[in-house]
Design a protein around this ligand. Structure first.
Ligand SMILES: C[S@@+](CC[C@H](N)C(=O)[O-])C[C@H]1O[C@@H](n2cnc3c(N)ncnc32)[C@H](O)[C@@H]1O
Length: 621
């Protein structure tokens, strides 16, 4: 008997050279909580008493994660395998809209103008890499990428869970076959056509206009008691229908006393698989947040109503502007959202904040762990002994120096290189550059003056770091200035982890943004006022730079933690620009209940989604 051949879709990269299926990356990295939002003070106190690794885990917290799904999904597995009730994903389309976004420069304070200048922020190199991972080899790489995503999502789904994948006519048919393979043909429930009847079409194109997206709907196991709540929608016009009854298993018309078939007026219809829901247009100031691929909240709310109940857990690993998280929040579902784009995470945070009664949530990333993974993979230690580890560290430092186009130096501990007469320090992969590091750099710099050929040619030091401790720009700069050192802090871009970007030699190190805040204390009240903000010239076109007349135009949002204990940033007050109201307050006041000294942390997010923090110490008498 010949072996039965199973139907399957084959793409380049599906099997390795030995004919073995190429499995998705399975590495679970720990999440780092970088911000809490709407956290009650009592819960915060409770958390401070817990182990730092117990990340608000005792009670549920919704989670917004900044990171690549490639690392985020496997990292969710230890905690969430078999626990997610509903997945909705709207994966990237193969267009520029996948990663570029439109940033808006608001009007200068006091200006009469109502027309804000917009510019397109092109994708950064990490985003370009994600694009290449997905589309670099066309449909082949897309299918492998999609296979890895769906395989992880299946594992995360509860036995009674459902998944909805938002696609279009180009990719839909391929992903249908892929999903049949991963989820099983029997678990296919339906294909939904989202008919966006109001989309404007370009009549010059020799193309039949596209008016619907495809949403594939599967359950994890049809035999399990998966959630299915049938729904009705109002009819445009009521219709007269015949009344039926079942007699001995057969349908019959109901006949009235007059001998005629009984009718009734039907004003509702059962929702089927064609969904007529308008798409969002920029004119919709209520909902449109200027995120190119934003989907309507009511479209996703419908999915949630069909396939989940209150309290169920919803996951979206391509959350974009956060539509699915907004829908989950509005419907009382728990949620986890993830996106690779900084701007996406910022847009989502702002949208969520505008929901009345928003439940607390946390913002997380994989921070140093993602970098550690990169360091171990990139600079393999040739053994476990300390010498091998030192050699690995040396290779890493040399690599970053080369990217910065600096020359390596020998014989120093804290000064690793030199560039244009300035000394260069390379920060570690797994810890932020701290004030203590700066003291060590300064001490070594002073000793180095005037000694040998590698002695500093100026009093300048460039400190390169992946992360910087909160108070860096302020305390450390003053400390360095006192030692007569002119120090600059530059961020090592995430792009350094991208091999192709490195080969292209297109890596930019930008100075940290600088924020100036004034604090005034009056009895128990502390007033903060933003005084100045300078952003690095990161990808901002010259024309946009020229349009900025006042530093506050760079700021989109700012938030305050009034009593930071050196832990996560707790967002206790915030203000931001919206599409409807582009103005931004630059001052806020807080009344403390108890006297004492407090560390106040101010977090500013600029119009490109980058954040800058500043710590101010206040004494309340
Ligand atoms: C089509 S959009 C989603 C739009 C979203 N449904 C909404 O309503 O705003 C796709 C999103 O996937 C994100 N993305 C692309 N590749 C990713 C990856 N590897 N990991 C995480 N997010 C990714 C993009 O940044 C983009 O925001």
């Amino acid at each position: 008997m010949t072996k039965k051949q199973k139907l399957e879709l084959i793409w380049e990269g599906k099997y390795d050279e030995h004919g073995k299926r190429v499995a998705p990356l399975r590495v679970a990295l720990p999440f780092q909580t970088v911000e809490t939002i709407n956290e009650a003070t009592q819960d915060r106190q409770k958390h401070l008493l817990l182990e730092p690794t117990v990340a608000y885990g005792q009670e549920w917290r919704n989670r917004l994660i900044w990171g690549d799904k490639k690392y985020v999904l496997p990292s969710l597995l230890p905690e969430f395998a078999g626990k997610v009730d509903l997945v909705y994903i709207d994966p990237p389309f193969a267009t520029d809209a996948d990663f570029s976004f439109t940033a808006t420069i608001p009007d200068a304070p006091g200006s009469e103008s109502v027309e804000q200048l917009e510019f397109v922020k092109e994708p950064n190199l990490i985003e370009q890499k994600a694009y290449r991972d997905t589309w670099g080899r066309g449909l082949d790489s897309y299918l492998q990428w999609m296979y890895e995503t769906l395989a992880h999502l299946r594992e995360l789904l509860a036995e009674t869970g459902s998944i909805y994948v938002h696609l279009d006519v180009h990719r839909g048919p391929y992903v249908k076959v892929l999903m049949d393979e991963i989820f099983g043909v029997d678990n296919f429930q339906n294909e939904i056509a989202w008919y966006y009847y109001n989309k404007l079409h370009d009549s010059r194109k020799r193309l039949l206009p596209k008016a619907f997206d495809q949403i594939l709907y599967y359950v994890k196991d049809k035999r399990a008691s998966y959630v299915y709540n049938a729904m009705k929608e109002p009819r445009d016009k009521s219709v007269t229908k015949l009344k039926y009854k079942k007699v001995a298993g057969k349908i019959q018309n109901v006949i009235g006393a007059d001998g005629k078939a009984v009718t009734y007026e039907s004003t509702e219809r059962t929702i089927d698989n064609v969904w007529r829901i308008r798409c969002l247009q920029p004119a919709n100031k209520q909902e449109w947040v200027n995120y190119e691929t934003q989907k309507p909240v009511d479209l996703i709310e419908r999915i949630l109503s069909f396939s989940s109940n209150k309290g169920d857990l919803v996951l979206d690993c391509f959350c974009g502007s956060g539509s699915s998280l907004v829908a989950s929040e509005l419907q009382g579902r728990r949620w986890i959202g993830c996106d690779l784009g900084r701007f996406a995470v910022h847009t989502t945070r702002k949208r969520l904040l505008s929901i009345p009664g928003l439940r607390p949530f946390i913002v997380q990333n994989l921070g140093k762990y993602e970098r550690q993974l990169w360091q171990t993979e990139q600079f393999k230690a040739k053994g476990e002994d300390p010498e091998a580890k030192t050699a690995q560290q040396r290779d890493y430092t040399a690599f970053i120096l080369e990217l910065y186009r600096a020359t390596p130096l020998n014989g120093y501990t804290w000064l690793h290189g030199a560039k244009s007469g300035r000394m260069v320090h390379v920060g570690a992969v797994d810890a932020p550059v701290s004030v203590g590091d700066v003291a060590n750099i300064a001490a070594e710099f002073r000793k180095a003056i005037g000694t040998g050929k590698d002695a500093p040619a100026s009093n300048g030091v460039d400190v390169l770091g992946w992360d910087f401790a909160f108070e860096m720009n302020e305390v450390a700069l003053q400390q360095a200035a006192r030692a007569n050192i002119q120090m600059r802090f530059l961020r090592i871009p995430r792009d350094a982890m991208d091999k192709r970007a490195v080969e292209q030699g297109d890596i930019h190190f930008f100075e940290l943004a600088a924020l100036s805040v004034d604090a005034k204390v009056k009895k128990h009240d502390v007033s903060l006022r933003l005084m100045d903000f300078v952003i690095p010239p990161d990808d901002v076109p010259e024309e946009a730079r020229r349009a900025v007349k006042h530093w506050s135009q760079w700021i989109d949002y700012w938030a305050v933690d009034w009593d930071n204990k050196g832990d996560t940033f707790h967002n206790e007050w915030q203000t931001y620009r919206t599409r409807k109201d582009q103005t931004l307050e630059l001052e806020t006041t807080h009344a403390y209940e108890e006297m004492g000294e407090y560390n106040v942390v101010v977090k500013v997010i600029d119009i490109l989604g980058n954040d800058t923090t500043k710590t101010v110490r206040v004494k309340v008498k």
